[in-house]
Design a protein around this ligand. Structure first.
Ligand code: HEM
Length: 405
């Protein structure tokens, strides 16, 4: 007979306060050593790699992204309708159908197609910084880096990079914790993006090219096709899921390399280590530290009953430092080869659709940084985004190095 989760004796933790990342990480790792689950005021943190994986793979735990509005007391029918079309919040057959149709457009081959473009973009962004030898890596490089790549992916021309950057900023307000205030700005940006995309979709229908949109238009399985509205929603999701993630992950990576010069030199001497380096950065210092799910029905796991609607927070940070999976987990080692995957792209049905693309973006950027900033170091205090940010990283990253590379 399973025990109700509320009656289970387990550690209790807060929601995180002003402590630094090192303390927070140590606290989570300590927690994982004590127990696989801990109570918070909102739900339950899941701390170990095996449990995080198992619970994310269980399709009866639904994505909690759709609860953001409800938890902030916002009940707008149009917002609810749009949220229902967001792949991140879809479940069951509907989600499976969409993944089946869009999956083939997000293959390693599709990411490889963009690699030369990524290398070009990062080099262009690094040029002024490398001539000077110092500056803020976040504003000069991380902020602008993902936009041209998403534009190129969708087939939008260079003239529209500014527009995408503005729309991404507005659409991103969804994570600012004040949906009631921002709802109309967000929906207006979504509408603008939708109108833009429908024009682009019409152009690609008439004249297909070698880009994601043409692939999506061509995507068909057993007579099933994506509608224009589905493609518009997907473009919104890609803008939402593919920009701030990449820029924060790159900023976390560069902060880490600036503190670990030996690893940076290793990468400079052996650029073929870039794929391993990107994985290790994401394991050791992931920009997404966890996700949230709710029980779609009464569920039993490890002899514990979770009533319907129970919230859980699978912790990627804790799982990524699980010593049963990663030898000496606190060591940052870009030559590490472990059989377990890191959790920073998630797991299960919502596993990051853009993972191949994100990997290629990080690899190209890290190779360029190692080559052009060989003695990279921090140049003052790093400021960090608030702990409550779902996607987290430095807000300013002052760096210094010998210029001219
Ligand atoms: C380093 C960069 C990135 C990280 C760390 C990251 C991480 C994640 C994670 C953890 C999820 C699953 C969320 C959950 O289960 O609750 C996810 C989903 C997703 N990601 Fe990424 N992502 C990154 C870059 C990208 C890029 C570049 C794109 C697109 C071009 C993208 C598109 C998506 C989409 C569409 C989903 C939703 C998939 C679904 O719900 O089926 N991501 N990502």
């Amino acid at each position: 007979m399973a025990t109700l989760v509320a009656d289970v004796d387990m550690p209790e933790v807060g929601l995180g306060g002003d402590e630094g990342e090192d303390e927070r990480r140590e606290a989570l790792i300590g927690l994982a050593e004590r127990n696989w689950i801990a109570r918070t005021p909102l739900g339950y943190v899941i701390t170990r790699h095996a449990d995080v994986t198992a619970m994310l793979r269980d399709k009866r735990w639904f994505s909690a992204i759709g609860l953001i509005a409800q938890m902030q007391g916002v009940d707008d029918p149009e917002w609810n309708r749009r949220s229902g079309q967001n792949i991140l919040g879809m479940e069951g057959d509907e989600h499976q159908r969409l993944r089946r149709l869009v999956g083939p457009a997000f293959t390693p081959k599709a990411a490889e197609r963009l690699r030369p473009f990524m290398a070009e973009v990062i080099d262009e962004l690094l040029n002024p910084l490398c001539a000077r030898g110092h500056g803020d890596f976040v504003t000069e490089v991380c902020e602008p880096y993902p936009i041209p790549i998403i534009c190129e992916l969708l087939g939008a021309p260079r003239d529209d990079w500014e527009l995408f950057s503005r729309l991404a900023t507005d659409i991103f307000r969804v994570f600012n914790g004040n949906l009631a205030r921002d709802l109309h700005t967000i929906m207006a940006a979504q509408d603008e993006m939708g109108a833009y995309m429908s024009k682009l979709i019409a152009e690609r229908r008439a004249e297909p090219r070698d880009d994601l949109l043409s692939d999506l238009i061509a995507a068909e399985e057993e007579g099933d096709r994506l509608t224009t509205e589905e493609m518009q929603s997907l473009a919104n999701a890609v803008l939402l899921a593919g920009t701030d993630t990449t820029r924060n992950q790159l900023a976390c990576a560069v902060e880490l390399f600036a503190r670990c010069g030996d690893q940076l030199r290793l990468l400079r001497d052996e650029p073929s280590l870039a794929p391993l380096a990107a994985e290790e950065v994401m394991r050791h210092f992931g920009a997404i530290r966890g996700t949230a799910r709710y029980a779609s029905q009464n569920l039993v796991y490890r002899d514990i009953e979770f009533p319907a609607s129970t919230l859980i927070f699978p912790s990627f940070t804790a799982a990524n430092h699980d010593e049963t999976q990663f030898d000496q987990p606190l060591r940052f080692d870009i030559t590490r080869r472990s059989s377990a995957p890191h959790m920073t792209f998630g797991s299960g049905i919502h596993y990051c659709l853009g993972a191949f693309l994100a990997r290629a973006e990080l690899q190209e950027a890290l190779k360029a940084v190692a080559k052009r900033m060989p003695d990279l170091r921090l140049d003052g205090d790093v400021e960090w985004k608030p702990v409550s940010n779902g996607i987290w990283g430095p807000s300013t990253l002052p760096i210094r190095f010998t210029p001219g590379h």
